[in-house]
Design a binder for this molecule. Sequence first.
Ligand SMILES: [Ca+2]
Ligand SMILES: [Ca+2]
Length: 300
Amino acid sequence: MLCALLMACSAPPGARDAAPEADAGCAPGRTRCGSQCVDLTSNVNHCGACSNRCPDGPAGSPICDNGCAFDCVAGRFDCDPSVPGCEEDLVSPSACGSCGHVCVGDDTCDAPDCMGDRQVVANSTFAVDLANWSVANNPVNAEDTVSTFRWNTNNDAENEPSTGPCARVLYQDVFVRADLAGATFSAEVRSNNSQPLMPDAVLTIETKPNDGVSDAFRIDLVDPDEDVFYAPILFPLFANVNPVGTQATPHVVSVASPALLEFLRSREGTFVRVRVAQVESNVPWHVDVDNVSLTLNIVY
Ligand SMILES: [Ca+2]
Ligand SMILES: [Ca+2]
């Protein structure tokens, strides 16, 4: 008897979990919009509120899925609700591979990756000065202990005329980022040496390094934490033996080998030093360099 009374007084099973009271005459979860009972979470004509029709847009059909959205045709995607329809194909720089993956600047989309080139050498053309570059003369074994590289009015970097054997460098430290897909080094060189140079005998930048008479012009990648003259050559980029180039027609250096990429990848996240060096030990000769470029192809 008591048990029957309790059952009669208690609420029906599940009543506390039921949806909020539905509109008059509509099933739970439905809302009355005019003469219809609709589900505001899924009805494209009454999405979120009565008579809120989801707008049409290109490349898809409007749907209501807890708010207006689009059922896009194959290959099209609705990345931006403020742009009508399915505006992206995910192979464009504006959305490369996924919504929100935007390629920077002039970078291209090779979905799902953005790709681009970054020239990491600053003031590579020596347009007005040697800004961003450092110059130094190694006095060891040198008779001319002051001559360095300088900017000239041809907008190149050249060796200052020397008064005796000397060793000099022009260098810049560049950061190697961690998303490399390729790398190219290039430069223009003019070297008017009347005698053959001996770059293989000049692995450190001082005059008479082997107690001999060795001249050299060479461009290398070295460790910026090492002494700029004596740093071991980590990656040789250029060294000539015979004269090369003229003012009108410079010798063009271009290095884009897998070995260069492999080397740079071994230095990812650190700096490397681009070092241009001349050892002038005997007969004076002139060398200049222009358009020194290290370009990293990046993928992200
Ligand atoms: Ca859209
Ligand atoms: Ca120049």
